[in-house]
Design a binder for this molecule. Structure first.
Ligand SMILES: [Zn+2]
Length: 337
């Protein structure tokens, strides 16, 4: 049983559409008895599965925040079967600041699970999500984008499934979300995982869980936002929670395994030589790092050690040693579509 100090304004057992805040006590100079308002919406209509839909886990990732905000306003209880819990700004301080991490405690929520009920604000949110919300859930969908530093095409993410039944549920969600790409993890997850991500937390609590990477660069792609809104409704329909929805024809998804990331070993200005989705061969020069502080100096070229395609690329121009420039992916070895 969690010792969480977070108080909720929602009765999770009440039918109908409810909204309010998780009140996270936060006593500071300007507000001695104050609380951090983490917004939450719950829509329940009779029996059926429970799904937790989250955005704002990282605060500078926006397609999910917009899509879930619109969903909160557009769905009525009569539209659904079961219970949908929506957190639009899961790490509220980070999302309110438009930052990946919380400006209060520097916490990266997606590296903080299982959290600590008596810890920092980010740790307390992680504990509440893992130990109060996730035990109620059959499904957990965590909508990320690339954030300020990375840019992805519309990408669905899933693990391999730990039982044939879980695998089929994950495949049904992948087909329903119908993103151009699926990044398939080849291991991890499940009830014994020690992963500090929200996806890891959901696995520990037995929920079927998926993630996304939907654009990035700290901005919003209209095309990927449209993919996101369509994909969310299609997934809810696929799990029986949006029975009257009529999905259109699927476009199909290219399944990928990530081969690895390519890093800068030199500081300077990053010239990308590949765009997301473009082919990469091992040994190809995929980035040039220029040195405008020593303009007579030759650029540093960065080669890919992997074959495949550029899945994500760094968004910002300035780089330092250790920054990720690209994530390279291959077609999945076993496709199950
Ligand atoms: Zn993220």
């Amino acid at each position: 049983m969690t010792q969480s100090l977070i108080r909720t304004e929602i009765d999770f057992e009440a039918d109908g559409k409810h909204h309010g805040f998780l009140q996270l006590p936060h006593s500071v100079h300007r507000s001695a008895y104050g609380w951090i308002p983490v917004p939450i919406v719950m829509i329940k209509n009779g029996p059926g599965p429970t799904a937790l839909l989250m955005s704002g886990n990282h605060g500078d990732e926006y397609e999910g925040q917009i899509a879930l905000t619109k969903l909160c306003r557009e769905l009525d209880a009569g539209d659904i079967s079961g219970r949908i819990i929506i957190m639009t700004m899961a790490n509220y301080p980070a999302a309110a600041a438009g930052l990946r991490t919380s400006p209060i405690d520097q916490g990266n929520l997606n590296r903080t699970f299982p959290g600590n009920p008596l810890g920092t604000p980010t740790e307390a949110i992680a504990d509440y999500v893992e130990n109060v919300l996730m035990p109620m859930c059959d499904y957990f969908f965590d909508f990320h984008s690339g954030g300020s530093s990375l840019l992805y095409p519309g990408t669905f993410m899933r693990g391999p499934g730990h039982t044939p039944e879980e695998h089929e549920r994950l495949m049904a969600l992948q087909r329903a979300f119908d993103a151009p790409y699926a990044w398939v993890f080849t291991g991890g997850g499940g009830p014994t995982t020690t992963a500090r991500t929200a996806m890891g937390a959901a696995g520990r609590k037995g929920a079927t869980t998926i993630m996304t990477e939907l654009g990035g660069g700290g901005t919003v792609s209209r095309q990927i936002l449209a993919q996101t809104e369509r994909g969310i409704r299609r997934m809810l329909h696929a799990i029986g929670m949006l029975p009257a929805y009529r999905p259109d024809a699927a476009n199909g998804t290219r399944e990928l395994n990530v081969a690895g990331s390519v890093y800068a070993y030199d500081a300077g200005v990053f010239e990308p030589l590949r765009e997301p989705g473009e082919a990469v061969a091992s040994g190809d020069e995929i980035a040039a790092i220029h040195h405008p502080d020593e303009p007579w100096r030759a650029p540093t070229f960065v080669c890919s050690p992997y074959d495949g395609i550029a899945l994500a690329k760094r968004f910002q121009g300035r780089v330092e040693r250790g920054d990720c420039l690209y994530q390279i992916a291959n077609d999945a070895k076993e496709t199950n579509q």
